[in-house]
Design a protein around this ligand. Structure first.
Ligand SMILES: O=C(O)[C@H](O)COP(=O)(O)O
Length: 228
């Protein structure tokens, strides 16, 4: 039975500062580092091992994976990084403080921007302080200026199907270190969660989620490893 483990990156600097982050590349906090190490220790302690690892091109997810693998003695495992596993793009909200934005625009509006299924945040303007179009890691990629969860799903799932599923079908044990919304996209698909329910699913930082999948690559069982 294929085994898949998902990990949301450990606490980031902007999680701590309560800022909309999206594609902006921030580092882990000391707590985030600890969470990643603990995730790796827990995986090793419970007898988990992997053949292939996946992550985004964002430092917080890459470092979380590396720290967890180091704690498992598995830093040598193959890792593939792809932008399609990035956090959803927070558009013009990137960099703003979530509480201050709620004071300015109201809780309801901010809730829509954060948790609507298909309403994206306002777009980021070209040349915005947090515009990543000139970032070398995105060369040749038509990067969005905002994304809803629906948009995020539309770029996560093709990568899942084309690249990760074949590994699982070949019997490889896979771990994916990614982000709140790119993981929501995967959980929605794997566990067949309706559009209006998936936005209510909060994925904690640094806590491995284990999936036992059936042959169609859908959930047979899903649990948080620290709860077992
Ligand atoms: O991008 C961010 O700010 C967070 O990683 C996820 O934010 P959210 O909880 O508002 O979706």
């Amino acid at each position: 039975m294929p085994t898949l483990v998902l990990i949301r990156h450990g606490q980031s600097e902007w999680n701590l500062q309560n800022r909309f982050t999206g594609w902006w590349d921030v580092n882990l906090t000391d707590q985030g580092v600890e969470e990643a190490i603990e995730a790796g220790k827990l995986l090793a302690e419970k007898g988990y091992d992997f053949d292939q690892c996946y992550t985004s091109v964002q430092t917080r997810a890459i470092k979380t994976l590396d720290l967890a693998l180091e704690a498992m003695g598995r830093l040598w495992l193959p890792v593939e990084k792809n932008w399609q596993l990035n956090e959803r793009h927070y558009g013009g909200l990137t960099g703003l403080n979530k509480a201050e934005t709620a004071e300015k625009h109201g809780d309801e509006q901010v809730h829509i921007w954060r948790r609507s299924f298909d309403t994206p945040p306002p777009p980021q303007e070209d040349g915005d302080k947090y515009d990543l179009k000139k970032d070398r890691r995105y060369a040749g990629i038509d990067i969005p200026n905002t994304e809803s969860l629906k948009d995020t799903i539309e770029r996560v799932l093709p990568y899942w199907q084309s690249t990760i599923v074949p590994d699982l079908k070949a019997g490889k044990r896979v771990v994916i270190s990614a982000h709140g919304n790119s993981l929501r996209a995967l959980v929605k698909h794997l566990s067949n969660i309706p559009d209006d329910e998936i936005t209510g699913l909060e994925i904690p930082t640094g806590k491995p989620i284990v999936y036992e999948l059936d042959q169609d690559m859908r959930e047979q069982e899903r649990f948080y490893l620290h709860e077992r």
